[in-house]
Ligand binder design. Sequence first.
Ligand code: NIG
Ligand code: FE
Length: 412
Amino acid sequence: MQTLIINIKELLQVRENQIDKVSGAEMAILPTMKNGYLLIENDFILDFGLMENCPKINPVTTIDATGKMVLPSWCDSHTHIVYAGNREQEFVDRINGLSYEEIANRGGGILNSAKKLHETSEDEIYNQSKVRLEEIMYLGTGAVEIKSGYGLTVEDELKMLRVIKRLKENHPVTIKATFLGAHAFPKEYKENHQGYIDLIINEMIPKITQENLAEYIDVFCEMGYFSVKETESIMKAGLAYGLIPKIHVNQFHSIGGVQAGVKYKALSVDHLEILNPEDIQALKNSETMPVALPSCSYFLSIPYTPARNIIDAGLPIALATDFNPGSTPSGNMNFVVATACIKMKMTPEEAINAATINGAYAMGISQTHGSITKGKKANLIITKQLSSFYQLPYAFGSNLIDQVLLNGKILT
Ligand code: NIG
Ligand code: FE
């Protein structure tokens, strides 16, 4: 089955050759093609080029994109969209002066979500999460990583990961699953960290990998959560079972999490709101992708990841939402791209690179996603009529997406 998109004003993120990511000065360049066509066969991009070379064929579907842009759909490499209920009360508590850390120390935060998840049936969690997943598909996300981490018991972590598996089976969006048992210490292990780490290592990881429920392993490496030493032991155990690390580091403090991630060849280190020159140095000569989550900074009123320092040091950066009930109840990648430009001083070119090809890298799918390249998945955004692609971050808050294609099919 073929679909032909014609009269495209500009194709964005056009890469003739396969690349896995862009770094440093290359981040400023977004390759585009003006006045083009794009041909899809089944799930894949079969061909693209200038309109004057458009093949004379009779495809099943033709889409006229006059005045519109076509770009690869967003690759959101960091979310926690499987959860139960919400944390609206904590939101109001923060407005009234409590900090995110103070709320967590009172037993709110992640433990609050874990309690709600425990009390909610697997079907109900699926139904609630499906609404969020479908929302982000229409917002242009074509690939998403989803973490566990609100279970914190063997049964409940498995329950979350099974929900992710079911979401994957029933939706056209590409999904990668990450095991985040090390998200917080449950109350009963507050004074017995090793006991919980043993549970993660000896029970959770073997069961999860036996059921093939995750590809990645995450740890919240932070003061009051998992120390660097604890993080290292969990990454090591995960790696022994084939789980690649992707970890939360430097959200509130720089304690050596970046260095630990690099040491264990983490695919990505995420958050990085507090980043010192040694952390940046550690990322050089590594294959680890730094990931910024600007919606989290916005929602919690914490510093933004210093993207300029990262890019100017020659490094790549990816952007993701962090969609979760506590620190970022939003999965809108369009807002992430705009906020990266407005608050982190990334250019539109850098932000789009960070939210597509580099996002794909940070979830291990840059061979198939994140650019307009022949043979890649036809997961695409067709914008409304735009003056230029600068309008995407400039007109923040407007929905500039006209149509979304996933696996070559128009989302209706
Ligand atoms: O990435 N920082 C750790 N985990 C999530 C927030 C979890 C929560 O508050 O529920 C994050 O921000
Ligand atoms: Fe997160």
